[in-house]
Design a protein around this ligand. Structure first.
Ligand SMILES: [Zn+2]
Length: 422
């Protein structure tokens, strides 16, 4: 007797399967139609995927677009300056309410695990307090991992290091970093040595905003990879953004990528944000500002896609849809081969789950019963349509549902409804 039985679905690898859920676990996958179940949900021909995962977000800033002003230049640096004002104005309640609203959006999109950076720069640490409260509230249905992020620099801000350590002591899960924002290249490198030691000593994961710049000489990822190897952090470390790699000399990159691969660290490009923020100092041709995704994957490096921002000082759009993120990444990285398009879907599910180190993730028996049903027949169609999420189940409970919603067409001689699925 299952608690929930999904019938007639299609898994991301194309297998047709029913899924039986008991308690918070997937109990069986296969031909289960007719089995006794407290609740049967028919999903004929619909894609059943493990939930979407976002390994890079800023939940303390989300849904604040226009506060205190819009970002007129569209640059990363103006965004940081605006955030510096906003974090002094925002109360804990403001940040909790905005973040909880964003988490509702995330659940409705089948996004059930998020790693969010939280700014540890201000002495009041209100953002940390707020995000720890959000983490506690959403825990029954959404896995929220928090990164202690020294937005204004570990050393550049006078209390930057002390506050980052305080945030970790308060319960923040992951060590952050921003070496390209320290005063000098040497201080950036020193910050990486310092932070890697901190992560290793505390047994924590490490996720660094690394080389988010168009400067091809911003080579902190080299030092980061060395420190990851030195401390044996492997896949527990992630380099976020890595946009300078886009502009680096090809010979240098041919040496760099094997160093990153050797370390076992992972990479998180954020295509929606960096296609808009980078290249702002260029005339034409304008650089795309996305790191070398396919080239890293060819070296065996795990690369995920991150959302980064929704409606905040850095980005004026966003819907908590990881398919939007993968769609943009697919375009900017030119991942248009059928295998690469499937890979893009894999990146916002399985690869991102590996980056976050999620336990029990997947659709096999014994995994946590968390999944999303999409109004699409396969992962590539899901990327093309970015369709409705028909059912979202988190840890054995249905947390979101949406009616299939086809357009009614009124054209003589043509079908009455438009189905964009093939
Ligand atoms: Zn970020």
């Amino acid at each position: 007797m299952f608690d929930i039985l999904l019938t007639g679905g299609v898994l991301p690898d194309g297998t047709q399967a029913d899924i039986g859920i008991t308690g918070d676990r997937i109990a069986a996958v296969g031909a289960l139609a007719g089995s006794p179940a407290a609740r049967v949900i028919e999903v004929p021909g619909d894609l059943i995927s493990p939930p979407f995962v976002d390994p890079h977000f800023h939940m303390d800033a989300t849904l604040s677009y226009g506060l205190p002003r819009v970002n007129a230049s569209g640059t990363l640096l103006e965004g940081i300056a605006l955030w510096g004002e906003l974090r002094e104005m925002a109360t804990v309640d403001d940040m909790v309410n905005r973040a909880m609203r964003y988490c509702d959006w995330a659940v409705s999109m089948g996004l059930l695990a998020i790693r969010s950076h939280v700014d540890t720069t201000p002495d009041h640490l209100r953002g940390v307090e707020a995000m720890l409260e959000v983490k506690r509230r959403v825990a029954p249905y959404l896995d929220l991992q928090l990164v202690a992020f020294p937005q204004d620099g570990l050393y550049r801000s006078p209390t930057g290091r002390a506050n980052l350590v305080r945030a970790l002591d308060m319960g923040v899960d992951v060590v952050g970093g921003i070496p390209h924002f320290e005063r000098t290249m040497e201080e950036g490198a020193e910050s990486l040595r310092d932070l890697a030691r901190l992560a290793a000593d505390r047994g924590l994961m490490w996720d660094v905003h690394c080389d988010e710049t168009d400067d091809p000489m911003s080579r902190h990822v080299e030092t980061m990879a060395r420190e990851v190897t030195r401390h044996g952090l492997g896949a527990r470390a992630a380099g976020s953004h890595l946009t300078s790699m886009h502009s680096m000399d090809n010979y240098y990159v041919s040496k760099l990528l094997p160093l990153i691969a050797e370390s076992g660290m992972t990479a998180i490009p954020n295509p929606l944000i960096n296609i808009t923020l980078q290249g702002r100092h260029d005339s034409y041709p304008k650089r795309r500002g996305l790191t070398r995704v396919r080239e890293m994957q060819a070296q065996g490096i795990t690369v995920g896609w991150g959302q980064d921002c929704v409606l905040d000082p850095w980005y004026s759009l966003g819907t908590a849809d990881m398919l939007d993120v993968a769609f943009m990444g697919l375009h900017v990285a030119q991942m248009t081969h059928p295998a690469e398009m499937r890979r893009c879907f894999h990146m916002v599910t399985v690869d991102n789950a590996r980056i976050m180190g999620l336990d029990g993730y997947g659709l096999a028996p014994g995994c946590l019963a968390s999944l999303v049903v999409l109004d699409a027949g396969n992962p590539t169609e899901a990327l093309r349509l970015r369709p409705d999420r028909l059912v979202v189940i988190s840890k054995g409970r249905v947390v979101a549902q949406k009616q299939r919603n086809d357009t009614v067409l009124s054209i003589p001689g043509r079908d009455a409804t438009v189905r964009r699925r093939l």
